[in-house]
Structures are given as structure tokens and as C-alpha cells.
Design a protein around this ligand. Structure first.
Ligand code: NAI
Length: 424
């Protein structure tokens, strides 16, 4: 399977464009900048091969370059058929020590062949977003497992899948749940998904949120970010949930909470953020208003049941780039963005999360990879939290870069907080 450069008509222009995008991202990633100086000096990854399956765009490229600068050979491909930026992929592929197989718009077969091509480099460390590479290694290349030190997983859905695999006793090497660190989850999932999803829906449709009813399915970390930003743009926000505490939280934040059956006929824009399947189905499509917009921000394209929508539709057409209109028998149209794939990365204008946010997420990825090389032997097979000290290290680097000072505990305060024998 050829790397990306062999498949482009004009690779030189693509490489130039890709470098420019990466350069812009790098300039706004102070955490990766600091780590790069350290990695170039200390070469902590010398002798390692890192296999990555991630959204191949400019911020991910900055992480990829950092790992290569730390001494690793890196092979990368996408983790979603629509999120790759070909120019960034080509710019990575043109660099010493990096091979990129990622290409936008590939079919399922080519998508999995690219993952196999990365596995062909015999990675000693894996970095996934959604767990497709770890799954492929366990299912099809189990002989490699003995030489794999460990892996890192970027997103909630990947961590869910890994925990399920671990509970079945099937996960055979240690994997850090990068998603679950405070520095990732409380920023990337909340602010990143909120800002980027709303921005990409607005850019793809050229429509406003003001005065509209936005239905947010799921009030987890991503959902709370989407709901907050939609409210900030003057939408009326309805939240749907299955978890009673999350539903209550949304209610106490001032959102209307109801079920999807009720929300279906009232929403103008629907955004799914559950990580679950069949959130919007043929129970709901027939109730919807003409011209509604449906977008998904969860990892897989299973939240809106497009097979059922296709069944119901008498006609489909591309209403705008990235917007497919499904016309129902009575003439009503339902507009689906980015083929139901995660809208902030897969819509044609998508740029993914803001750069500053990914600086944090990828800062954690980098220190987690370093930890695997340095102390991988001390982790058993299974899902592991990233050590808290590493999360703090990344937070401190960011605060330094922003010039933000914080207080320090005195010895007396530390002792007070750690004791149980004084109540007054
Ligand atoms: P989470 O677990 O914090 O939240 C998911 C919420 O959905 C939970 O509160 C759950 O109760 C609710 N839910 C589950 N089934 C439901 C149903 N049938 N109806 C209504 N609510 C339901 O997960 P998080 O971190 O918010 O991630 C959600 C998804 O977004 C995952 O697939 C994750 O991988 C993905 N993600 C996407 C990003 C992006 O760039 N678009 C960034 C980060 C995560």
C-alpha cells in the first residue's frame, strides 16, 4: 500500500501547503514547543517505532513531528475516512523518519489497508483515536504484541471499547486512557467539541443559531460544551439524556430536558454527542420540521440512523457542499451534515478543534508515550490512567507559556489538608 505522496497529482504543491498549515499550528502550541526542545535534546524515543491512527490534520502533524524529533520512526494513517487533510498528510510523509498513509475520502477497504500498512512497520508503541489500530493488531497481527511496549488512546469511544476488551480479558498490552486525564477531557471534550462543532455547522450551512432550537443529545463532556456554546449564541437548547444525574445537571444549568420523541418535532438543529448508536431514527424523522439540520459530534457515524433515513426518503441531493438533503414523501427535507460523521472533523470546511486545545491533548499524548518508553515494563496489560504527575507537568507548562501565576501550598497548609485530627 503506497504512502500518500504516490497517490497525489501534484505532491510538491500539497507538501508546501501542508507545511504552511503545520507551521501555523506549531506556532500556537507552546506545550509541544517545550516538549520538542526536550525530545530533541534527550532522544527519549530512540529505537522505537510509533504507529498512529489519528485525524491527520495540522495539529496531529505537530505531534507526529514531535515524536519523530524524539528519535522514533513514525508511521501514521487516519482514524476516519473523511478527516484527513491530504496536504498535511503529504507534508508529513515527506519528512525524515515519518511515513503517512492517510488520504481523505477513502472507502472502507482502503481505510483498513492503510491501518495494516502502518502495522507493517511493526510499531513498538501505538497511538489511537477510536482504537481501530489496537483492534486490528489483536485480531490480525497478534504475533506483534510481544514487542509492543504499550499504547495511548485519545477519545472516549476508544477508551470505552478498550475497557470492554479489558473486561473480557482480551487486551494484551498496557494502554493509557489519555482521554480521561483532566487536561484532555475538561478542555478538549468540553470546549473543543463545543466550539469546533458549532463553528463547522455554521460554516457548512451558513445559517445562524440565534432564535433557533438546538437539540443536544447526550449531556456528557462533549454535550455540555455544545449546549453551553449554543446557548451563548442565543439558541434555545433542549438536552436529551438517559442518565438521570446528567439530565438533572442539564436541568439545573437551565436547559430544557426532554426525550428525543418529544424533541424531534421541535428542533431546528440536532447535534448528537452520546458515543452511542441509533439516537435519531425512523421513530423521529417523520416528526421533524422541514429543513432541519442533523449533525453528529460523536466518534462513529452511528448516532443518526442514515440507513433508515435513506429508506424513508423519496429523493436525496447535495443541497450544499457537505450537506445532503433527504426529501420525504410529503416534501419535507432533512439535511444531514458530513454524512453523519463527526462534524467538526469530517465536514468539508472542517479544521477540527482549536489549536490551543489540541496542544493540551497532544501534550498529554507525548508525555504518555515518553512514560511508556521509560517505564512501560511496570504497567500490566490493560487500561491505565495517565499518572497524575504527568498531567500536572503539562498544565504547568501551559500556565508558564501563558504567563499565569498560581499560589503554592505552605507547609502548614499541606499538613492541614493531609490531617484528620483538627476540626477547628
Ligand atoms: P460521555 O460519556 O461523557 O457522554 C456521553 C453522554 O451521552 C452520557 O452522559 C450518556 O449518558 C449519554 N447517552 C448515552 N446514550 C444516550 C442516549 N441514547 N440518549 C441520550 N443520551 C445518551 O462521553 P463524551 O466524552 O462526551 O464523548 C461523547 C462522544 O464524543 C464519544 O463518541 C467520544 O469519542 C466523542 N468525542 C468527539 C470529539 C470530537 O472531536 N467531535 C472529541 C471528544 C470526544
Amino acid at each position: 500500500y503506497d504512502s500518500i505522496r504516490a497517490r497525489l497529482d501534484d505532491p510538491e504543491t500539497a507538501i508546501e501547503d501542508g507545511h504552511r498549515k503545520i507551521e501555523w499550528a506549531r506556532e500556537h502550541m507552546p506545550i509541544l514547543h517545550e516538549l520538542r526542545a526536550e525530545f530533541e535534546r534527550d532522544q527519549p524515543l530512540a529505537g522505537e517505532t510509533v504507529g498512529m491512527a489519528m485525524h491527520v490534520e495540522a495539529k496531529t502533524a505537530a505531534l507526529t513531528e514531535l515524536l519523530a524529533a524524539g528519535g522514533a520512526e513514525v508511521a501514521i494513517t487516519g482514524c476516519n475516512p473523511l478527516s484527513t487533510h491530504d496536504d498535511v498528510s503529504a507534508a508529513l510523509d515527506a519528512q525524515e523518519g515519518i511515513t503517512s498513509y492517510a488520504e481523505r475520502g477513502v472507502d472502507d477497504d482502503a481505510y483498513y489497508r492503510a491501518i495494516e500498512a502502518v502495522i507493517g512497520h511493526e510499531p513498538t508503541i501505538t497511538v489511537d483515536d477510536g482504537m481501530d489500530m489496537i483492534a486490528a493488531i489483536h485480531q490480525d497481527y497478534p504475533d506483534l504484541i510481544d514487542t509492543i511496549v504499550g499504547g495511548c488512546e485519545e477519545t472516549t469511544t476508544g477508551v470505552h471499547r478498550l475497557r470492554a476488551m479489558d473486561e473480557d480479558g482480551e487486551l494484551r498490552y498496557p494502554v493509557f486512557a489519555v482521554n480521561d486525564t483532566p487536561m484532555k477531557r475538561q478542555f478538549d471534550n468540553v470546549h473543543g467539541t463545543g466550539e469546533a462543532s458549532l463553528a463547522n455547522i455554521a460554516m457548512t450551512t451558513n445559517l445562524s443559531y440565534a432564535g433557533k432550537t438546538v437539540v443536544v443529545a447526550g449531556y456528557g463532556d462533549c454535550g455540555r460544551g455544545v449546549a453551553k456554546k449554543a446557548k451563548g449564541q442565543n439558541a434555545h437548547v433542549i438536552v436529551t439524556e438517559v442518565d438521570p444525574r446528567r439530565a438533572l445537571e442539564a436541568h439545573m444549568e437551565g436547559y430544557e430536558v426532554t426525550n428525543m420523541t418529544d424533541a424531534a418535532s421541535r428542533g431546528d438543529v440536532f447535534i448528537t454527542t452520546t458515543g452511542n448508536r441509533d439516537i435519531i431514527t425512523d421513530d423521529h424523522f417523520p416528526e421533524m420540521k422541514d429543513g432541519v439540520v442533523l449533525a453528529n459530534a460523536g466518534h462513529f457515524d452511528v448516532e443518526v440512523n442514515l440507513d433508515q433515513l435513506e429508506e424513508l426518503a423519496v429523493e436525496t441531493r447535495e443541497a450544499r457542499e457537505g450537506v445532503k438533503a433527504y426529501e420525504l414523501a410529503d416534501g419535507r427535507r432533512i439535511n444531514v451534515l458530513a454524512e453523519g460523521r463527526l462534524v467538526n472533523l469530517a465536514s468539508p470546511v472542517a479544521l477540527g478543534h482549536p489549536v490551543e486545545i489540541m496542544d493540551q491533548s497532544f501534550g498529554i499524548q507525548a508525555v504518555a508515550v515518553r512514560e511508556l518508553v521509560e517505564n512501560g515494563d511496570s504497567y500490566e496489560a490493560g487500561v491505565h490512567d495517565v499518572p497524575d504527575a504527568l498531567d500536572r507537568e503539562v498544565a504547568e507548562t501551559k500556565l508558564d507559556a501563558e504567563g499565569i501565576s498560581l499560589d503554592t501550598l505552605t507547609d502548614e497548609q499541606r499538613e492541614y489538608m493531609g490531617s484528620w485530627d483538627h476540626g477547628t
